[in-house]
Write a protein that binds this ligand. Structure first.
Ligand code: SF4
Ligand code: SF4
Length: 216
């Protein structure tokens, strides 16, 4: 398969055949900038509110320099570890966007540009990985909220909490319902679509059936 097709297409069908595919439009199985925009705007909104709250706390004297430096350095370090190492392994390494070895970076709607630090594993996520992912994403969203609460920035805490809930709800409807990483605990793609995709992806199908998955 040509490199250009790999970039557009994460199944075993040539990208030019997508128009004739029964899954066309039902899955985010090709990179589309619109999917990234739908995913990233709610996350950025929540982040902006959180960062604004921390900075306002610092300017108004509610937070001292040590607290602000501690927050930003620890959160940035966590984000780097989470995206590049932890989530990269437990979630992304199972995703068909991770599959092609000629590509050194992920080119998906959510983590575009992140290095593939691990070997592709087409089998579904294990129970332990699902639990770790829930813990990891809770820290990702919850750490700044806890910090705002402890700093008594209640208005920013409330706004950030509402925006975080909007992010989770929008992700549920706009991303998780069409994401091809089906074993993610947040994934809501219907089984008939999963089965149809697995018929297009022989490597993943073999790995899934090897773990006991049954295609109807
Ligand atoms: S599953 Fe269908 S729509 Fe998706 S990339 Fe493959 S051919 Fe295209
Ligand atoms: S679609 Fe999701 S699971 Fe797949 S590589 Fe991108 S961020 Fe990771």
């Amino acid at each position: 398969m040509k490199k250009e097709n790999l970039r557009q297409n994460i199944c075993k069908v040539e990208a030019t055949s997508c128009q004739n595919c029964s899954l066309n439009g039902k899955l985010m199985c090709k990179f589309d900038i619109k999917d990234t925009i739908y995913f990233i705007i709610p996350v950025l909104s929540a982040w902006i509110a959180m960062v604004a709250g921390i900075l306002h706390g610092f300017i108004s004297g509610g937070l001292n320099t040590f607290q602000v430096v501690f927050f930003f350095s620890s959160y940035i370090a966590y984000l780097a570890f989470f995206f590049q190492v932890w989530e990269n392994k437990i979630l992304c390494s199972h995703c068909p966007y991770y599959a092609f070895e000629v590509e050194k970076k992920i080119k998906c709607y959510a983590n575009y540009g992140i290095y593939k630090a691990w070997k592709y594993n087409p089998a579904p996520m294990s129970r332990s990985e699902k639990i770790q992912f829930i813990i990891g994403i809770s820290l990702f969203a919850g750490y700044p909220l806890v910090f705002l609460f402890l700093a008594q920035m209640y208005i920013y805490f409330g706004i950030s909490l509402i925006l975080s809930i909007i992010w989770i709800v929008s992700m549920h409807f706009l991303s998780c319902s069409k994401c091809p990483n089906f074993s993610c605990p947040l994934n809501t793609v219907p089984k008939n679509i999963v089965d149809e995709y697995l018929r297009h992806n022989i490597v993943m199908r073999k790995a899934w059936e090897g773990q006991g998955y049954i295609i109807d």
